[in-house]
Design a protein around this ligand. Structure first.
Ligand SMILES: [Zn+2]
Length: 112
C-alpha cells in the first residue's frame, strides 16, 4: 500500500465555475451609490412601488403581456428623474426591466 491511486484528483478538476450569477448580483449592488441603496430600502419607495404595481399590474412594455414584478424609473434617477413621482414610474416584468436597464447602460445603475 505504498502507492496512492492516481484517480484521486480527477473530480475536482472537472468542476465548472460556480456561483457566477450570485457574484454578479452582488457586484451590481456594490456599484450602487449608498444613498441610492438607502432609497430603495426606504419605506417611501416601497409604498410608491406598491402603488405602481397596483395601478399597473401588467408589464408596461409594448407587446409584453407578462405580469409586472418590477417598478422602473422611466427617466433614470441618475438622469434627474423623479424618484417617487408616479408619472416617472412604470411597472415592468423582470425581463423587460433588465433589458431596459442594460439599454440605458445600467449595471452601475441607480435605475430601477
Ligand atoms: Zn415585460
Amino acid at each position: 500500500m505504498a502507492r496512492r491511486p492516481n484517480t484521486f484528483q480527477s473530480g475536482a478538476a472537472s468542476l465548472g465555475p460556480s456561483g457566477g450569477k450570485r457574484a454578479r448580483a452582488r457586484a451590481y449592488n456594490m456599484q450602487r451609490p449608498a444613498d441610492v441603496k438607502r432609497f430603495y430600502d426606504s419605506r417611501k419607495w416601497r409604498a410608491a412601488r406598491l402603488n405602481v404595481l397596483a395601478r399597473d399590474p401588467m408589464c408596461g412594455s409594448e407587446g409584453c403581456s407578462n405580469l409586472a414584478t418590477d417598478v422602473d424609473h422611466i427617466r433614470p434617477i441618475r438622469d434627474g428623474g423623479a424618484r417617487l413621482d408616479g408619472a416617472n414610474l412604470q411597472a415592468l416584468c423582470h425581463g423587460c426591466h433588465a433589458r431596459k436597464t442594460v439599454r440605458e447602460g445600467g449595471g452601475g445603475g441607480s435605475n430601477t
